[in-house]
Design a protein around this ligand. Structure first.
Ligand SMILES: Nc1ncnc2c1ncn2[C@@H]1O[C@H](COP(=O)(O)OP(=O)(O)OP(=O)(O)O)[C@@H](O)[C@H]1O
Length: 350
């Protein structure tokens, strides 16, 4: 096939942790995912975006060998250090890979947790099954340590609790602790923060990114939220109609999208960035060219009160000749000490 514009051929190198080639997913006579190919390097964080039904989840599920009954994958999915293809691998082989070399975090944490088992034990089991810890006592101690790493207060007590005793955000932290337990080479996340309260989304996203960075794990991150991709990922791939249509560094794809679908997606989005003083800016329309942001800006999650508060404010600054405007105001709870907040004060928001 001729590669779609902006998609790199899936040529595996020694640094690649994952190499997907010619992946098709079919059901009956219907092709749902067609000729998808990509690689992910060790430690690389890659976003996968695209409209609903474009094939993102089926691509991720194929990588993990978890396609729903009746769907069939063909092509090749190779993982570094695993001597067989994951496409067509039987369940016994896949269960040795899953939870060890590849781990996953889905949208709804309850689907990943056993409601009748204390969470400390659920984490310990993953360590024992894959023989990462030699005995139950050290697995339990490691479980408490993992719960501390994902920011649960009083991790010793948390280990003794059942899933229903946690909030949604806390449950997703537990799922993350399980996913990271064996230092996977690849973490696959499918909308991991979408079901969470908006106030905890950024914190959980932070923990995911920190968790993979600390372990030098690679990450494949599915989301609808471009700002999340901009925060969490270095590279982004775009799916449309079951095919991968574009791929590249996040800033390049977001500033110079090549495929018509990506151009529409970016053009219709509001993105937000945070500058080095902890202030948040909403970029309306599209992202301005690289270098137009103040130094130290990082992308953050969507700002949903900017339009009515800021649209008429003089603090709106043009961010590029054809790319809309930004309005700075503080990120709730995370403004850097000493950050000036004129927009916020004028708007009477704290
Ligand atoms: N079990 C199934 N049987 C038949 N068709 C399916 C099945 N699961 C998914 N599909 C179809 O495959 C296509 C791709 O689905 P997929 O879930 O990968 O999309 P997606 O990009 O992840 O969408 P969303 O963002 O809404 O989760 C869709 O047309 C969907 O209806």
């Amino acid at each position: 096939m001729t590669p779609a514009p902006g998609t790199a051929p899936a040529a595996a190198t020694q640094d690649d942790v994952l190499a997907v080639r010619n992946l098709d997913v079919t059901v009956g006579g219907r092709t749902l995912v067609e000729d998808v190919g990509f690689t992910i390097r060790a430690g690389e964080r890659v976003g996968l975006i695209g409209e609903s039904g474009s094939g993102k989840s089926l691509t991720a599920l194929s990588v993990m060998g978890l396609l729903p009954e009746g769907l069939r994958a063909s092509g090749s999915v190779r993982l570094a250090g695993v001597d067989h293809d994951l496409v067509g691998a039987d369940e016994a082989r896949m269960s040795r890979v899953r939870g060890k070399e590849i781990a996953m975090v889905f949208q709804e944490p309850m689907t990943a947790l056993n409601p009748t088992m204390r969470v400390g034990r659920q984490i310990a089991e993953v360590l024992l099954i894959h023989r990462t810890r030699p005995d139950r006592a050290s697995a339990r101690a490691a479980a408490v340590e993992l719960l501390a790493q994902v920011g649960l207060p009083d991790p010793g007590a948390a280990a003794q609790a059942y899933p229903h005793q946690f909030s949604g955000g806390q449950r997703q932290r537990v799922v993350l602790a399980i996913a990271l337990a064996n230092d996977p080479a690849l973490l696959v996340c499918d909308e991991p923060t979408t079901a969470l309260d908006v106030t905890v989304q950024a914190r959980v996203l932070d923990l995911i990114v920190r968790g993979v960075q600390d372990r030098r794990s690679a990450m494949l991150f599915i989301t609808h939220d471009l700002a999340v991709v901009a925060t969490a990922c270095e590279r982004v791939m775009v799916m449309y109609g079951g095919r991968l249509v574009e791929s590249g560094p996040v800033r390049e794809v977001f500033t110079r999208p090549r495929h018509r679908y990506t151009q529409g997606l970016i053009g219709a989005s509001d993105l937000t960035v945070v500058d080095d003083r902890g202030r948040l800016a909403t970029i309306r329309g599209s992202v301005p060219p690289a270098g137009r942001f103040p130094a130290g800006c990082v992308f953050r999650n969507r700002c949903d009160h900017a339009t009515e508060v800021c649209a008429t404010r003089p603090e709106w600054i043009p961010t590029g000749p054809d790319s809309g405007y930004a309005c700075f105001h503080p990120v709730p709870g995370s403004a850097a000490p000493g950050a000036t907040t004129p927009t916020n004060q004028e708007a009477g928001r704290g």
